[in-house]
Design a protein around this ligand. Structure first.
Ligand code: ARG
Length: 624
């Protein structure tokens, strides 16, 4: 596994030698590959091609380096593969490897190895998760809502994906600084100020400023000619112009507007708090756009002095990512536009603020990487920003735009952008919790009908289940998409009790716990003094293999910032677990040794599910 850095450098992800799979196999192969490789520098690249087998019938892992090695040495791939296999040291950990097709080497662990490895795993609190050999410092830019507006689903993805990345990278031992780049300085405050001055209900404001400001925002916004309130281009809408003027006055330091801004801010932040609480997302810093305002003139001056920004038609611009300021008609058609740092009217921009932010983050935290978890439409902004920040001298960190696609409604149009259809996030979570609870109750009734004895949850427990299931469903659905694609928001699918959903994983966890309750068994023994593991059935072997793969999945997710590799792993684990239950009795296992061995596996399944969901910011309940 490699980390692809923004500037094209590629290097092995920091690993710890603790977990048994790929590193173990690679160590086994290293001497033979080194002997066969004409260029010793390429050895790690070849070894990286030891990967989980695509088809489990061929083995557990596959080594695919023979083709590349053969090419370099001018030999036939199957020959090279056979030579390497012959040169492997004697080991009881894998079955004798077989060579297939154009030179694939198929690898299968021995049952003795798997039994030993999974027993070791049971005593490991980290479940095999490695601590990075070379920990890095990441600054992650996440959430970034525009305060003073009612928060809507548009900001959900950044918050959920960003939080998952914070948790995953931290779990691997990296230092992670989360920073919420709040939009707290834009037109929305002009709207609030204008609304406050002209339309406020003083009694309502005194009683509940949060609610009254939200009402004013919606009230004014509805009257704009164009619904698109992010469009800063002058329109012929006099109301919008008036709001823009209030914004300009605020930026120019007008004492009245500044005082109003200061008065509104706590209320605006208060609107966000319950959402973050409910999502169980804590962000270390919330240095919003306003924080950087005083630094902006200095940024523009510095960039001009260093020859990175230029005057152009009264404005100050930085060239596009290619370093070009398109001037001729032809260039204008062909080239990406430059970014504006200061408009002709003197106003600073999103880009200027982002440059100030980079400087602040670099100076404060000296990060190795800055990740921006922001939607795909801002790709051009970040491309230019990163290129110019590097030229400016801030080139130590890797810059990564961790972009994501849109969340679509059932009509396949972006959720937040539908006219009049801004769905407030709180309502959406309420709906998810309600549906989650309904399905839970239906499943309880169903299980009863089928003769199972099912625990009767108290009302408090039901409320907890609704919340954990509902919020988990929304998060999991978001995270289980490959993040760059658009996806349709479908509450019914998200809360399904079967399939690759949070609910299914939460049930799977609760089932593990219920086995221990039912048998009245203390789980601590399986973690401190684990019994011997006996692999009698293929289903047990397959399950053990999955349990051992947890670290690989997390590392892969961290390397490319793809949380869906963790949900994909959970899905594989859940499938292997369900086959295991089908084929293997646990409490009624044929022998006490097998019973103990299987209980150890069940305990590990539960711990792994809880840990993996935890990395995604999703909770579990002990019984449901
Ligand atoms: N507030 C911005 C928006 O809603 C997102 C901020 C992203 N972060 C950044 N550093 N530009 O579009």
């Amino acid at each position: 596994m490699f980390v692809y850095r923004a500037n094209g450098r590629r290097e092995p992800a920091g690993r710890c030698p603790g977990h048994p799979h790929q590193p173990h196999l690679r160590t086994l192969f290293a001497p033979a590959v080194a002997a066969a490789a004409p260029d010793p520098a390429k050895v790690p690249d070849y070894l990286a091609a030891v990967k989980p087998a695509g088809n489990p019938e061929h083995g557990d892992y596959q080594a695919n380096f023979a083709m590349a090695l053969a090419k370099a040495a001018g030999k036939k791939p199957p020959e090279v593969a056979k030579e390497i296999v012959a040169a492997l040291p004697a080991t009881a950990d894998i079955e004798p490897p077989t060579v297939a097709g154009p030179g694939f080497i198929n690898l299968k662990f021995t049952s003795a190895f798997l039994a030993r490895a999974v027993r070791d795993l049971a005593t490991d609190e980290r479940l095999g998760l490695p601590l990075a050999a070379a920990p890095r410092t990441y600054v992650i830019d996440l959430s970034g809502p525009n305060v003073a507006k009612p928060l809507h689903v548009g900001h959900l993805r950044s918050t959920i994906i960003g939080d998952a990345l914070v948790r995953i990278l931290r779990a691997l031992g990296h230092t992670v600084v989360g920073d919420n780049h709040l939009g707290d300085w834009g037109l929305q405050f002009g709207i609030l100020i204008y609304g406050y001055k002209h339309f406020r209900d003083e009694a309502a404001f005194q009683a509940d400023p949060v609610r009254e400001l939200a009402r004013l925002y919606v009230y004014i916004n509805k009257q704009f000619k164009k619904a698109d309130d992010d469009d800063e281009a002058p329109t012929d809408d006099p109301l919008k112009k008036a709001c823009q003027e209030e914004t300009a006055k605020l930026h120019a330091g007008d004492p009245e507007n500044l005082a109003l801004w200061k008065q509104f801010m706590p209320a605006c932040l208060e609107m966000l708090r319950p959402i973050y609480e409910r999502l169980d997302v804590k962000i270390d810093h919330a240095l919003g756009e306003s924080f950087y305002n005083p630094m902006l003139p200095g940024i523009v001056e510095d960039m001009q002095a260093k020859g990175i920004a230029f005057e152009s038609k009264g404005a100050v611009v930085i060239p596009n990512a290619k370093g070009i300021v398109p001037r001729t008609e032809e260039e204008m058609k062909k080239e990406e536009p430059p970014a504006i740092l200061r408009k002709r009217d003197g106003a600073f921009t999103y880009t200027t603020t982002d440059l100030a932010t980079i400087r602040h983050r670099a100076d404060t935290w000296q990060p190795d990487a800055m990740l921006y978890v922001v939607g795909a439409p801002q790709a051009l902004h970040f491309k230019t920003l990163f290129a110019q920040a590097s030229r400016w001298g801030y080139d130590r960190a890797d810059y990564v735009h961790v972009q994501f696609g849109s969340m679509l409604g059932a009509d396949r149009k972006p959720f937040g952008a539908r006219k009049g259809g801004v769905v407030e996030l709180m309502d959406l979570l309420d709906d998810a919790a309600k549906l989650g609870l309904e399905k839970y109750e239906a499943s309880v009734a169903d299980r009863r009908e089928n003769g199972h004895k099912v625990y009767e949850a108290t009302d408090a427990e039901k409320r907890e289940i609704a919340e954990v299931v509902g919020v988990g469903a929304v998060k999991y659905a978001d995270l289980s998409q490959s993040r760059t694609t658009d996806y349709v928001f479908d509450l019914d699918k998200m809360t399904a009790t079967v399939g690759n959903t949070a609910t299914y994983m939460q049930y799977a966890y609760a089932r593990c716990r219920s086995i221990f309750r039912e048998g009245d068994i203390d789980d601590a023994r399986f973690r401190t003094a684990p019994p011997a593991v006996v692999l009698a059935e293929p289903a047990e072997r397959a399950l053990v293999l999955q349990l051992l793969r947890f670290p690989e999945a997390v590392e892969a997710a961290a390397a490319d910032y793809l949380p869906h590799l963790v949900t994909g792993y959970l899905w594989d684990l859940a499938k292997a677990t369900s086959v295991f239950y089908e084929k293997c009795h646990v409490l009624k296992a044929p022998t006490p040794e097998l019973r103990d061995s299987r209980l150890l596996l069940v305990d590990l399944v539960g711990r792994t599910i809880r840990r993996a969901l935890g990395l995604l910011g999703i909770r579990v309940v002990e019984r449901m």
